[in-house]
Ligand binder design. Structure first.
Ligand code: ZN
Length: 246
């Protein structure tokens, strides 16, 4: 089975469209979404509508919670709060209801897990090895996909006595095999707002039969998204950061 894994789309329709076009050439059977479907971007209704229709498994992200009212946006900075308010007003009522009822991770698919932030806390970031090490203590499966940091890559843990020796995937191989006796926390990267220095939309394909993960990047029409962000009077920082990818 080949899975298209999407995270942090953030209402960026142009990035999602480019990813779908690119992914079609690689073939997949099911779509998995790791949350943060909305927030920041200018097309929340279009993106939610596509995910509702096409995604097979979806878990919620912190922005989905804030925009739908499951959680407050108190912990957000002013830019995120502003986009969260705008998104809430913009979203159709039935899309809001759907976001409100999204599952919390971890959610098991075949023999791997999906989480938004970390295995132990859906809102916790795993940027660094020590944060991944904590997460690895809670995993029950060999492979977990996560999002939230908007950084493509992730971590590999090798069990050592009572803890894990954790290494980060710094230089990404395009294709990576899942090998026995290691535990993986892998991030497909952000479709709609990459923050790893590469502004191209990020996603991955996981082939669960071959046990191979393919990390992919694709260019998209950033300028059109920037224009929409400014037209809708969302904070201009949201437009600028798409071009820098950080
Ligand atoms: Zn996000």
């Amino acid at each position: 089975m080949r899975f298209l894994i999407l995270s942090d789309i953030h209402a960026n329709w142009e990035a999602l469209s480019a990813v779908l076009h690119d992914a079609a050439t690689r073939r997949y059977h099911a779509v998995l979404c790791l949350g943060d479907i909305v927030g920041y971007g200018p097309n929340p209704n279009e993106v939610v509508s596509w995910i509702r229709t096409h995604a097979d498994v979806v878990i919620r992200g912190n922005h989905d919670k804030a925009c739908s009212g499951v959680a407050t946006s108190e912990s957000f900075n002013s830019v995120a709060q502003c986009s969260s308010r705008w998104t809430r007003e913009e979203l159709h009522e039935d899309h809001l209801q759907w976001l409100l009822n999204l599952a919390r991770g971890p959610v098991l698919v075949e023999d791997f897990d999906l989480v938004h932030g970390a295995p132990d806390d859906e809102d916790r970031y795993m940027f660094h090895e020590h944060e991944a090490e904590t997460g690895l203590r809670y995993v029950t499966e060999q492979l977990t996909f996560f999002g939230h940091t908007h950084v493509q890559g992730g971590f590999i843990g090798e069990p050592y006595r009572r803890h894990f020796e954790v290494s980060r995937l710094n230089v990404l191989p395009n294709q990576m095999s899942i090998v026995p006796e290691r535990t993986y926390l892998l991030n497909p990267g952000a479709v709609g707002q990459p923050r790893d220095g590469d502004p191209r939309a990020a996603y991955c394909i996981y082939d669960s039969t071959m046990r191979i993960v393919e990390f992919c990047r694709v260019t998209y029409d950033i300028r059109t998204v920037q224009e929409k962000i400014l037209e809708r009077q969302l904070p201009q920082e949201l437009a600028f950061r798409l071009a820098s990818g950080d």
